[in-house]
Ligand binder design. Sequence first.
Ligand code: KG4
Ligand code: ZN
Length: 318
Amino acid sequence: MGIESSCDESAVALVQGDGRVLAQRIHTQLAEHAPFGGVVPELASRAHIRTLAPLLASLLREVGGWSQVDAIAATQGPGLPGALLVGFQFGKTLAWARGLPFAGVDHLQGHLLAPFVWQGEAAPADRPVFPYIALLVSGGHTALYRVEDALSVTLLGQTRDDAAGEAFDKAGKMLGLPYPGGPVIDRLAPQGVAARVPLPRPMQGRRAQLDFSFSGLKTALWRWREAQGETLSDARIADACAAFQDAVVGALVQQAVAACQQEALPRLVLTGGVAANRQLRQAMGHACRRAGIGLHLTPAVFCTDNAAMIAYAGALRL
Ligand code: KG4
Ligand code: ZN
């Protein structure tokens, strides 16, 4: 059983040792945080306290009770300290009360192993094969890793400032869009024309370094927004979404392909909340085909925060 509470998703899941998800429950706290334009840590902790036990009760009803549970894993970090504390103590207490083994799981390792989690009757034929390069793009992290096997991972490069998801969310805020901006920009971008909003291309021509930076792009969008006057038409907002998404996706694709080439490892896994982005999935697909790189896309439901990836990582650890 996995428990996730590092940010604004409360989640529990029951997963087999081979990655098959038997059941899962996720409560997204969007409604709690939306009025503040971002996650309020104390509200997140309180929402985890309210929701984890009912989610667990509902999960246990579906799977047939505690006899189905062999061990418990909970996210240990990184994340919001108060939010982590709720899920971690919840998991430890349950393990102690039921006499079950317990594992604390690194949230990023969970994201890196999310491509192995699956639903349905039979495991998908295209599960990733070790070793591979992983691009982890979430609200808190943007990094490239060499993943040798489930437990040995080397960091190749990461963002110097904002994470890609954080940049999406801040861009959304500047454009007056609801929180979180990522999925909204994903939805609006196809209606806009990227070329109508001139924005810089982060990391262009700097393939030797495998890092990322989104602060210059963010500032450029802010300047453009300031120059537009009081109100923005829907069409201008869509243009800005298209341009911003294009620039972020371009940087992510360029650096991921460069990492595969530098490491001479033609296998790439895309994971983390931003990996749900449709343009990113499509553009990475084209670039990998051109470069002869095998691409594995984590199913969108397991890209954003979930407890199934935590359960699977915990099972491997134990
Ligand atoms: O992995 P995740 O659920 O939580 C963290 O560990 O951070 O990622 C959340 C981030 C948010 O910044 C959200 O805006 C972004 O992922 N995100 C997206 C999309 N769906 C979620 N960004 C762009 N396009 C999407 N479709
Ligand atoms: Zn995450």
